[in-house]
Design a protein around this ligand. Structure first.
Ligand code: SAM
Length: 198
């Protein structure tokens, strides 16, 4: 199968002058990312659609928030997903947080290759990192249920987390939850929950 770096309509504005950088990151994920175990072996199209395009929707939501977002932390970033596509397509400061030293080391090497000055890799336990509140993104690490039920709930904290699209039970007095549904390619739909602590 020939790899096609397709971008859905909703992503065209974000990517119009950033496609080369995103493709550079895609090449790194497909080679070094797999070799060093930051992601498991996947074909090039899967890596583009599921990791890069999926991550771009986080950037879309962040850039369309009513208040300007200056800094986000990607909790359990692994190979930099979704933090790196957010950092490439916006000027926002992005903290790439992972507990594993090896992952953080490889990410710091990647940031030098990409020559991106707005991203920082941090070896830290996400549970400690969220204690100060802020704006958090996470794909396949924390769930909406974790946020609603077990995470410290500071006011003025926002979580954008990948989800299955299922409805969740929550206290309307404590949270505002918005479900975002989008296509990552012609056929596949994905979901992100935007959870604001009131
Ligand atoms: C399933 S991977 C998801 C990686 C990436 N976000 C993605 O979507 O491909 C979960 C990541 O969370 C990291 N992790 C696990 N526990 C953590 C913790 N307490 N604090 C920070 N990172 C953690 C793991 O090292 C791993 O990189």
């Amino acid at each position: 199968m020939i790899f096609e770096p397709q971008v859905p309509d909703w992503g065209e504005k974000l990517t119009f002058n950033k496609l080369n950088e995103l493709i550079k990151y895609h090449t790194w994920l497909s080679t070094t990312g797999i070799k060093t175990g930051l992601i498991s072996p996947k074909n090039e199209q899967f890596i583009w659609d599921e990791f890069i395009i999926h991550s771009l929707y986080f950037a879309k939501i962040i850039t369309e928030m009513p208040n300007i977002v200056e800094e986000v932390s990607d909790l359990g970033t692994g190979g930099g997903i979704p933090g790196i596509p957010i950092g490439i397509t916006t000027d926002i400061k992005v903290n790439l947080v992972d507990i594993k030293e090896k992952r953080v080391f490889e990410l710091s090497r990647l940031l030098k290759i990409l020559d991106q000055k707005n991203m920082f890799s941090l070896q830290e336990d996400a549970e400690d990192h969220i204690k100060n509140g802020g704006f958090f993104v996470s794909r396949c690490y924390i769930s909406s249920e974790n946020v609603i039920n077990s995470i410290k709930k500071d006011k003025k904290t926002t979580y954008l987390v990948s989800s299955t699209g299922e409805n969740i039970e929550y206290d309307n007095n404590l949270f505002h939850v918005k479900h975002e549904k989008f296509k990552i390619n012609k056929n596949d739909i994905r979901h992100i929950d935007v959870i604001n602590v009131k």
